[in-house]
Write a protein that binds this ligand. Structure first.
Ligand SMILES: Nc1ncnc2c1ncn2[C@@H]1O[C@H](COP(=O)(O)OP(=O)(O)O)[C@@H](O)[C@H]1O
Ligand SMILES: O=C(CO)[C@H](O)[C@H](O)COP(=O)(O)O
Length: 384
């Protein structure tokens, strides 16, 4: 799979999809990307020098080096962190080190639109080691030879520049249309839910299960895959589990999920106890690269099987929220749901019972809506 080509093609096909009469009205554009999806590109041309490292890839070979330079239990001390991907590349690459630049998926796609190479945002840059509290790369990272690859970092939603002229004229966008720094996919989902009070949380039930709780305290603990993203003057505390919709997809189509779910009684606890994963390895609330999926015994009834999987994922979610409480985050009061799993009302009821909290579908469940809100913020700020 040529990921980079397909991402570029998807971006331009989306621009094509904007109705022609609306294009001149677009004031601002932003993009969210999958967190820790990492590209090493040529700093002059922007062309990839290496295949992209995907968000869920692990580079355990780099972990000892990273642990030797980073503070204990720092977010980068996980095999799937962006920094481990960078160090892994640095250790195997011979020739292109001087001309290389690191970008995240959203940074690179935004660069295609604004043309200024080397800009990231402090959400995407967290897992490469950027410190959003001091708004800088820490000295332990700056002193490493591979720090020369790090992009400059600005706040999500900040205007980077105007939409490139060739794209503007090709598609008919306005000459004042700006391109703003983006964020990660699950932060965009949080923004889409418009949860603004500490104690409000968003669980993204997409291919994976990502949790974000708005907290006044910051918590980072790689032992459990817990980290905090900055959201203005507060913290989005949470983590991402490898469980989620991708596991459901292995067994059921979306139509089957809908039909089978209708037959589940969500008030009844399933006796089945699974740890649903697509492959070996978990990030949060247990950080264990060797955790083995548990999806057996499989009952004859597909309804019972699905009930067991949905309930088991709800238990992982409950463990995650309890862990955040134990580590000192603001107490969770209410959970909104985003992503493909948000439409499953039976699952919402199961989760409400297991979590002991009010759970509802977010008004906007698409991360792209959150990216659009960031673009709006950028446009408003730009015009002031
Ligand atoms: N009715 C449903 N109940 C639970 N999960 C569902 C349902 N319909 C779709 N899904 C799951 O939603 C996931 C897709 O959600 P989406 O947010 O688009 O994922 P991604 O994280 O890949 O963007 C699929 O993995 C699918 O199994
Ligand atoms: O698993 C994921 C990819 O779908 C999560 O969305 C991602 O890892 C969450 O990262 P972040 O908290 O940095 O947004």
């Amino acid at each position: 799979m040529d990921w980079v080509r397909s991402w570029r093609a998807a971006l331009f096909s989306l621009l094509e999809d904007v109705p022609v009469h609306l294009r001149p009205l677009v004031a601002s554009i932003s993009i969210d990307g999958t967190s820790a999806t990492t590209l090493i590109v040529d700093r002059n041309t922007g062309e990839p020098l290496w295949r992209p490292f995907l968000y869920n890839e692990s580079c355990p070979d780099a972990l000892p080096t990273v642990k030797s330079v980073a503070p204990a239990n720092h977010t980068v001390c996980s095999g799937s962190s962006t920094l481990c991907k960078l160090v892994s590349w640095w250790n195997i690459e011979e020739s292109n080190k001087k001309s290389a630049l690191l970008l995240h998926q959203a940074d690179w796609l935004l660069w295609l639109l604004h043309g200024k190479l080397g800009v990231s945002d402090y959400n995407n840059a967290l897992k490469v080691g950027y410190d959003p509290a001091s708004d800088s790369y820490p000295p332990w990272l700056h002193s490493q030879p591979y720090s020369q690859l790090l992009p400059s970092v600005i706040a999500p939603g900040t205007s980077i520049g105007n939409l490139k002229e060739d794209i503007r004229t090709q598609f008919g966008f306005h000459e004042d249309c700006i391109v703003c720094a983006g964020t990660t996919d699950s932060i965009a989902a949080f923004l889409a839910a418009r949860a603004t009070q500490p104690g409000k949380a968003v669980t993204s039930l997409g291919s994976t299960l990502a949790i974000k709780l708005l907290s006044t305290t910051r918590i980072d603990d790689a032992r459990f895959g817990v980290y905090s993203h900055r959201l203005d003057d507060k913290w989005l505390v949470g983590g991402a589990s490898n469980t989620g919709g991708a596991v459901l997809k292995q067994f059921f189509t979306d139509e089957q999920l809908q039909k089978l779910s209708e037959q589940i009684n969500p008030m009844e606890a399933s006796p089945l106890d699974y740890y649903p994963l697509k492959a070996v390895g978990e990030r949060f609330p247990v950080a264990d690269p060797n955790l083995v999926p548990r999806l057996h015994p499989r009952p004859e009834s597909d309804v019972e099987y699905l009930h067991g999987i949905l309930e088991s994922i709800a238990h992982i979610e409950a463990t995650a929220y309890n862990l955040l409480k134990d580590l000192g985050a603001t107490q969770v009061e209410e959970v909104f749901t985003a992503g493909g799993g948000a439409k499953n009302e039976k699952w919402t009821k199961i989760r409400e019972r297991v979590l002991g909290l009010p759970v509802s579908r977010a008004k906007q469940t698409e991360a792209a809506y959150g990216a659009a809100l960031l673009a709006l913020k950028g446009a408003q700020h730009h015009s002031c």
